[in-house]
Write a protein of this length. Sequence first.
Length: 324
Amino acid sequence: MNPGISVAMCTFNGRRFLGLQLESIAAQERPPDELVVCDDRSSDGSAEMVSAFARRAKFPIRLVINDENLGSTKNFEKAISLCQGSIVALADQDDVWYRYKLERIEKAFLHSSSLVAAFSDADLIDENSGLLGTRLWNSILFDLKEQGRFANGHALNILVRHPVVTGATMAFRKELFDLVAPIPPEHVHDCWISFLLAACGPIEIISQPLMQYRQYEGQQLGPGPVTLRERTAQARSRGAEFHSAEIGRFQQLRERLERRRSELPHAEFAKKEIERKICHLERRVRLPRARVGRIPNILREAINGGYWRYSSGWKSIAKDLVIR
């Protein structure tokens, strides 16, 4: 029996690219059973564009305009909660789906009844829909080695180190939504959802790009930095304040795992990994300001493997030695 597939989309002043995304969803070889759109008080006619699209679409479309601006995370939470299909595929307003995206996602869930979620790679495009010549996983440093480890049951080890699941590429079983909701507004929804789902069961990675992921100036959320200059700028911005905020987010994940541990098969392992991550981040936050004083602490953390298990290895060591 084929699962019902709902698409959950959030819009906010996205009219510039929204039409292309809606048309790509309409062109799916396996059309969705419904499209749920939550508009976050757009002022550019995005909601009106969705309404016009709904009048000619061949599948049901539900448009909800929020009473107040919720922000990306809470808006996605609302859109997902309104979905009725057994599988929910998330959609950003500014991307373009390949015609076979939903068909490939459905195939993954039909192949395995134990699968809790799936996500794919994507081709990066610019604001003019031109291909950038690279893929999403390259931009977030999700390399072949990590892909292999993720596919072989080490998803939690990787997700505690860095986020690799982009919401726009993800689909998951709606029955598990109660385990991840409510989503704290401090979190990016895909990081929160993917980590808790990994504590539930297997997540399939689809190395085939199933969509075009748009990268442009001014977008709310985007992929990782592509160029060396962008990566250096990001490293400079991630000091003690960033790590302290990250500690807070992981503490929230740990609290949710504790409350729902009886329903999450891998909750205890996930909690232990989070606790080790927090310890690693706390050591980085407490590094002395003077470079000479930092060296012994950095060496100890390097020897015990923390930089490799919970940060970016030599890159993080170099940052703490030089950039901090």
